[in-house]
Design a protein around this ligand. Structure first.
Ligand code: NDP
Length: 603
C-alpha cells in the first residue's frame, strides 16, 4: 500500500469543494481505507479530500509568480477583500472548453466531497463539527460536516459564507447549489443503520404488537388477572369480529377526518424538509376535541349506551388492528411511487419488511390531508378519552354506582389532562421524531390507532372489572405526583419548543446553551441542564400516577408504566444517536455537562 503523500500536520493547499480554487489547509489525518485526507481550513472547517485535490504549497508558490492575479493562495490570505477562502478571480476569462472542463470538474468535486462527508458522519468519528472553543456563547458562525442532512439552508450558508459563487456567475452558483442538494438528498435518504432489531426484529414486531394487545385485553377481562393465569383462555374466533363494530370504527375515523378538514384553526409550517420545502398543517386538534365532546354529549343526551364500547372492546381493538394493517399496506404501496427525497430517513433501507414496519414515506398526503399527522393526534388520542369515559360509565352501570369510583375519576382526569395538553400544544408535534424522522408505516399506524387507544386505557378497563377503593389522602398524594410529573413534562417541553422557535426570546435569556455548527443551540441550564430528557422523566412520573389508583393487587395495570419506561429508554437512545450525528462534538460536550439521560443520579 503506498504511503500517504502528505503527512499529518503538514500545511498544504486543498481544493475547495465545488470549485477549482485551492486554499491553505492543514492535514489532520489520513484514512488508509478510504484514502482520504482530513484537512482543516483556516476558518476551522474540516473536510475530507482526495489526494488529487491536494497540492503542496511549493507548487502554488511557483504558479503564483507566473500569474499573480488569479492566485487562490494570494486570495486566501488577502484579509482586506474577504475572509472567505472562496472568492474567485475576477480578471480571468476562460475559453468555452475551459468553462466546460471547469463545470465538469465542479460537478465531480461536489459529488466526491459529499460522499466523503457522508462517510465521515456514517463512521461517527469524533471530528471537528464547527463548534467554537468556548462552550457558551451566542456564536453560530461555524459550519458542520453534517450539513448535508439539511442541504437547503445549511448549504446556502456554506456557499454564502465562503462566497463560492462568483459575483458574475450567479447561474453557476445555482447549478452548484442544486447539484449539492441533489447529491446530498440522494445519499442522506438511504437508511443505513437498522433499528428495532433490523429485518428480523421488525418482522417479529408486526406479529408481537397485535398479540400483546390481544393478550392484555384478555387478561384484563379475567377475574384474576395475575401472571399465574397467563395465558388466558382464547375466545371463539367468530366472536372477535362484528361488521357493525367495524362500521362504528369507520364512522369514528371518518368523523375525525371531517373535523380535521374543517377550515378552523391556524395553518402553520412544519420544519424544512430535505427538498427544501415546508409542509403546511392546520392546527385544529383542540377544536376537533371540542366537537367530539359535543357529539358524545349529544349521544348521551339521547340515551345512547356508550358502554357499548366496553361490551365490544376486543372487537373494536380487532377492527382497529385490521384497519391499521390495511392502511399500512396502502401506505407502503403508495410509497413505492414516492420521489426519493420524500422517503423517510429512518425507513428507506430497501428491505421490504423493515420499510413496511418503520414507514417508507415520510409525509404521505392525499392532497393537503396529511395521513400521519392526522393519525398521530386525532382518532387514537381522542378515542382514548372516549374509551375511558365509556369505562367510567360501564363501571357505574355494572356496579350500580351513582358516582364513579375515586380511582376511576383519577385515571380519567389525569389522562384527559394529558390528551387535552397534547391537543392544546398540537403544534409542538411538528418537531417530534415521529413527524421529522419516522415514516408512516405499520409502526405508527398500529401505534396511533390501536396501541394508544386500547393499551393506554388499560387502567380504566381494569378498574371496571376490578374495583379498587382508595382513600382521599392517597388520592391527594397521587394527584400531587401527577401534578409534579405534568409540571416537569410541560415546562421541559415548552422550554425547548420556545427555545427552538425563538432562541433570542428575552424570556429565555436566563438559559445558557452550547452553540452547535447547525446554528441550533443545546440548552445546558433549566430543565435540559437537569437531565438530557426531562420531558421523558415527567412523562414517566405521570405514567406511574396513572397506575397507582389501581392499587397493588396485580401488576397488569402497571403494564403501561413498565412498557413506557422501556419505550422512552429506547427512544432516548435513538434520539441520542441522531443528536450525536447532528451535533458531533457539541453533543458530547452536552453529555459531559449533563451526564444523566432521564433519571437524575440513576440513568
Ligand atoms: P423530544 O421532545 O425529547 O425531542 C428530542 C429533540 O430535542 C432532540 O432530537 C433535539 O432535537 C432536541 N434537543 C435535545 N436536547 C436538547 C437540548 N439540550 N436543548 C435543546 N434541544 C434539545 O422528543 P420526543 O419526540 O421523543 O418527545 C416529545 C414528547 O412526547 C415528550 O414529552 C415525550 O415524553 C412524549 N412522548 C410520549 C409518548 C407516548 O406514547 N405517550 C411517546 C413518545 C414521546 P433538535 O435539536 O433537532 O431540535
Amino acid at each position: 500500500m503506498p504511503n500517504p503523500r502528505f503527512a499529518d500536520g503538514e500545511v498544504v493547499m486543498g481544493r475547495w469543494p465545488g470549485s477549482v480554487l485551492y486554499y491553505e489547509v492543514q492535514v489532520t489525518s489520513y484514512d488508509d481505507v478510504s484514502h482520504l485526507y482530513t484537512v482543516k481550513y483556516k476558518d476551522g472547517t474540516e473536510l475530507q479530500l482526495k489526494e488529487s485535490d491536494i497540492r503542496s504549497q511549493s507548487s502554488f508558490k511557483h504558479r503564483k509568480s507566473q500569474s499573480s492575479s488569479s492566485s487562490p493562495s494570494r486570495r486566501s490570505t488577502s484579509r482586506s477583500r474577504s475572509r472567505s477562502p472562496g472568492r474567485p478571480g475576477r480578471g480571468r476569462r476562460r475559453s468555452s472548453s475551459q468553462r466546460r472542463e471547469h463545470k465538469d470538474d465542479k460537478k465531480k468535486t461536489v459529488q466526491e466531497t459529499n460522499l466523503a462527508l457522508l462517510k465521515l458522519s456514517e463512521n461517527n468519528t469524533r471530528r471537528y463539527n464547527g463548534e467554537p472553543d468556548s462552550t457558551e456563547r451566542n456564536d453560530t458562525s461555524c459550519i458542520s460536516l453534517e450539513q448535508k442532512l439539511k442541504p437547503d439552508l445549511e448549504i446556502e450558508r456554506v456557499l454564502e459564507q465562503y462566497s463560492l459563487h462568483p459575483r458574475k456567475e450567479e447561474k453557476k452558483r445555482e447549478e452548484l447549489y442544486s447539484e449539492i442538494i441533489k447529491t446530498a438528498e440522494k445519499a442522506a435518504s438511504k437508511t443505513k443503520e437498522l433499528e428495532f432489531g433490523g429485518r428480523i426484529g421488525t418482522f417479529m414486531l408486526i406479529f408481537f404488537l397485535p398479540a400483546a394487545v390481544f393478550y392484555l385485553l384478555l387478561m384484563c377481562k379475567q377475574d384474576d388477572p395475575s401472571l399465574m393465569n397467563f395465558p388466558p383462555p382464547l375466545p371463539a374466533l367468530e366472536s372477535l369480529w362484528e361488521a357493525r363494530v367495524f362500521g362504528v370504527f369507520l364512522l369514528w375515523f371518518f368523523l375525525q377526518v371531517l373535523f380535521s378538514l374543517l377550515p378552523i384553526g391556524k395553518v402553520v409550517e412544519g420544519l424544512t424538509l430535505s427538498n427544501g420545502r415546508k409542509l403546511q398543517y392546520r392546527i385544529n386538534g383542540f377544536y376537533a376535541f371540542i366537537l367530539t365532546a359535543a357529539a358524545i354529549g349529544t349521544l348521551l343526551y339521547f340515551q345512547f349506551e356508550l358502554h357499548y364500547l366496553y361490551d365490544h372492546f376486543m372487537q373494536f381493538a380487532v377492527a382497529a388492528a385490521a384497519f391499521s394493517l390495511v392502511l399500512s399496506i396502502y401506505l407502503y404501496i403508495r410509497s413505492l411511487k414516492a420521489p426519493e427525497e420524500e422517503l423517510a430517513p429512518g425507513g428507506n433501507s430497501g428491505h421490504f419488511i423493515y420499510d413496511f414496519f418503520t414507514g417508507h414515506e415520510l409525509n404521505p398526503r392525499i392532497g393537503s390531508f396529511d395521513l400521519k399527522y392526522f393519525c398521530e393526534l386525532r382518532p387514537g388520542l381522542i378515542g382514548w378519552v372516549v374509551i375511558n369515559l365509556a369505562m367510567l360509565l360501564a363501571e357505574m352501570k355494572i356496579h350500580n354506582q351513582s358516582m364513579p369510583s375515586l380511582s376511576m375519576i383519577l385515571v380519567n382526569s389525569f389522562q384527559l389532562l394529558y390528551v387535552v395538553d397534547a391537543l392544546w400544544n398540537e403544534e409542538a408535534i411538528l418537531t417530534t421524531m415521529d413527524i421529522t424522522h419516522d415514516g408512516f408505516g405499520f409502526m405508527l399506524a398500529f401505534g396511533d390507532l390501536v396501541w394508544v387507544p386500547f393499551v393506554y386505557s388499560l387502567q380504566a378497563f381494569y378498574l371496571v372489572g376490578h374495583p379498587t377503593a382508595i382513600s382521599w389522602p392517597v388520592a391527594a398524594a397521587i394527584t400531587v405526583l401527577n401534578g409534579i410529573g405534568y409540571y416537569i413534562f410541560r415546562s421541559a417541553n415548552s422550554q425547548k419548543n420556545n427555545f427552538r422557535r425563538n432562541p433570542s426570546d428575552p424570556k429565555l435569556a436566563y438559559l445558557k446553551f452550547i452553540p452547535t455548527a447547525t446554528g441550533k443551540g443545546l440548552l445546558v441550564t433549566g430543565w435540559w441542564g437537569f437531565v438530557r430528557h426531562p420531558n421523558y422523566l415527567g412523562d414517566i412520573i405521570m405514567a406511574l400516577a396513572w397506575s397507582l389508583p389501581c392499587g397493588f393487587t396485580h401488576i397488569l395495570p402497571y403494564f403501561y408504566v413498565i412498557y413506557f419506561i422501556c419505550l422512552l429508554v429506547h427512544r432516548e437512545a435513538r434520539d441520542e444517536h441522531h443528536c450525536k450525528q447532528k451535533y458531533g462534538l457539541a453533543w458530547e460536550r452536552y453529555c459531559q455537562r449533563v451526564p444523566y439521560r432521564i433519571f437524575p443520579y440513576i440513568y
